[in-house]
Design a protein around this ligand. Structure first.
Ligand code: HEM
Length: 166
């Protein structure tokens, strides 16, 4: 089995990361627009613009995540990086499944908040914070592998960066 992720898996990982950055910077739009509507005021045009970006990038994250599941299922992923201890391998699997779960449930709860009921807004915000927390740990783990363990983990997903020991 290959040591690296396939091009489609690499592309989907980084496209979804990019969309999540857009999600982060557009997230004030929907909350400002909702607050204005709740006070009986007309939302600012810029907040409506940001809210539309936020909703449609969220829908795209969900669709791309479903495509990513299919690519993963049919195309597979590399065997775990060489040299991982059993607990590292287990922890990384748990982390990846948690991220996949959140990549479905965060956009789904956002769609529920936008189109079904305001009541989904609180859970959406809570789950989003959990996503940032797990993604932060994931990024820290990738950097730890690169700088401290000096193994191949980071270069599996960032092929243009070579491991420090090789
Ligand atoms: C600068 C940011 C990021 C870096 C450097 C990074 C790095 C990596 C690396 C090195 C792997 C491969 C791990 C391995 O082979 O054991 C990976 C996999 C993964 N990453 Fe990231 N990542 C980043 C951001 C994110 C974000 C924001 C998410 C989602 C919220 C995410 C979701 C995933 C998932 C689900 C996998 C597992 C892929 C699979 O095996 O199916 N990553 N990432």
């Amino acid at each position: 089995m290959s040591e690296r992720y396939s091009r489609p898996m690499l592309g989907l990982h980084w496209l979804i990361v990019l969309l999540l950055v857009v999600q982060y910077f557009s997230s004030e739009g929907p909350s400002h627009a909702h607050r204005a509507i709740a006070r009986g005021m007309q939302p600012e045009a810029f907040d409506i613009f940001l809210a539309n970006i936020h909703v449609w990038t969220g829908v795209s994250v969900l669709v791309l995540t479903v495509i990513r599941f299919a690519v993963r299922y049919f195309g597979g992923v590399p065997a775990e990086a060489a040299g991982l201890t059993a607990w590292e391998a287990r922890l990384s699997k748990i982390g990846h499944y948690a991220l996949y779960g959140l990549l479905v449930i965060v956009p789904a709860s956002g769609m529920a908040a936008a189109w079904i009921s305001d009541a989904a807004g609180g859970p959406h915000e809570l789950l989003t914070n959990l996503l940032w927390l797990v993604a932060g740990l994931h990024i820290a783990a990738a950097l730890w592998h690169y700088v401290v363990r000096r193994d191949t983990v980071l270069s599996r997903m960032v092929p243009w960066i070579k491991p420090l020991n090789g």
